[in-house]
Design a protein around this ligand. Structure first.
Ligand code: SF4
Ligand code: SF4
Ligand code: FES
Length: 377
């Protein structure tokens, strides 16, 4: 039998989509219905290609690699940012749902599903996205970086610059100048790099207005990132590292610091003192009326005498342990991530996890990789 004789046409399905069309020049916006036969293995990008080829050649969208590498095909499906080349259509068609496709959020639309990535790249540039090794001379020998050292920035290095996280960022929606999840994850990629010598300079810059402390911790960037970069976790690492390095002038850093101090000294969060410790005494005085109102309604306790938990020594011991083991900076969060990943990985199919041990994590808390020649840990 010849090869041609065994060729089997792929099974097809009828895909229906609604696409927001937009013309930036005229400002016209229209939700148009499309339907087309597509192979059952088709992803959203394949369906858009078929529509453009056979139904409407004026439809505009971006693509390149078709395999989740180039980051070009970011768009929204039913209001959530996705990579079009990652979304399989079969389950959606089977469910009878007709998805709505639109351009990514937080970036100006040029046409249909194409956004202007200029503001995205400006923010990436603002975090100095290159290695600053702190020397000019050419190395006499290769500077070796161990796998253990690279593990620290493994997730951040996976970013493909698709902008899906930026599309979903709540903070950026209210403050377009916020550096945003992609740029800050890129920043962490260099702060955590054993070969970089400008971590303090970088942290100072990321602690400015519109920097790390402006993140509202909504976690939408983690939820929508198609590559598992978890930008919110990268921002948390930058925060932890900043505080460890004494860069804590921002109100957000003071807030975080007070949480730790309060838990360590009394085992409780002393909310009444949160405002003076975070915003300063003048601001606290201005809010006295509001504080008294809260007190009258039993919402906050009086600050004095502070209530101390019976087993407060336990929270103090935990604080000391974290310090001793060097888990108070970014490495503590990396350690936690790797421990959780191991639990997920080790858990047998169908179980809810719990088989791994966080003590086996293959990074060493407290031992920040030595920088400089050779890059040895
Ligand atoms: S967690 Fe922060 S950076 Fe991520 S989407 Fe929310 S506000 Fe933006
Ligand atoms: S962090 Fe994730 S969502 Fe954001 S640009 Fe990188 S790959 Fe895309
Ligand atoms: S086309 Fe490259 S990531 Fe989708």
């Amino acid at each position: 039998m010849t090869e041609a004789a065994v060729h089997i046409e792929p099974a097809t399905m009828l895909v229906r989509l609604k696409i927001w069309r937009f013309n930036a020049q005229t400002g016209e916006k229209e939700l148009r219905d499309y339907e087309i036969d597509a192979p059952e293995w088709a992803c959203l990008l394949d369906v858009l290609d078929l529509i453009k080829d056979k139904v409407d050649g004026t439809l505009a969208y971006r693509k390149s690699c078709r395999m989740m590498i180039c980051g070009s095909c970011g768009m929204r499906m039913d209001g959530k940012a996705v990579l079009a080349c990652k979304e399989r259509m079969k389950p959606i068609v089977d469910s009878g749902h007709v998805p709505v496709i639109s351009a990514m959020g937080n970036l100006p639309i040029v046409k249909d599903l194409v956004v202007d990535m200029g503001p995205f790249w400006n923010k990436i540039k603002a975090v100095k996205p290159w290695l600053d090794p702190g020397y000019d001379e050419v190395a006499e020998r290769e500077r070796v970086v161990s796998q253990q050292q690279m593990n620290v920035i493994h997730k951040e290095a996976l970013c493909i610059m698709c902008g899906c996280c930026v599309s979903e960022c709540n903070s950026m929606e209210s403050d377009p100048d916020f550096l945003g999840p992609a740029a800050l994850a890129k920043g962490m990629r260099f702060v955590g790099d054993a070969r970089d010598h400008d971590d303090i300079g970088r942290l100072n810059s990321y602690n400015e207005e519109h920097g790390i402390w402006d993140c509202t911790r909504c976690y939408f960037c983690n939820e929508r990132c198609p590559k598992g970069v978890d930008p919110r976790d990268a921002i948390a690492k930058l925060g932890a590292e900043s505080i460890k390095q004494g860069i804590d002038h921002d109100m957000g850093a003071k807030h975080a610091n007070w949480f730790v101090t309060s838990a360590k000294t009394t085992g409780w969060l002393r909310e009444t003192e949160l405002v003076p410790k975070t915003q300063g005494v003048v601001s606290a005085i201005k809010q006295t009326k509001f504080a008294l109102k809260l007190f009258r309604h039993g919402k906050v306790p009086l600050p004095f005498p502070p209530h101390v938990a019976e087993e407060v020594q336990e929270s103090r011991a935990l604080f000391d342990l974290v310090k001793q083991q060097g888990r108070d900076g970014a490495l503590g969060i990396v350690q936690g991530e790797r421990g959780l990943a191991r639990i997920d990985q080790d858990a047998p199919e169908g179980s809810s996890g719990g088989w791994g041990s966080r003590d086996q994590a293959d990074i060493t808390p407290g031992k920040r990789p030595t920088r400089g020649k050779g890059g040895e840990a």
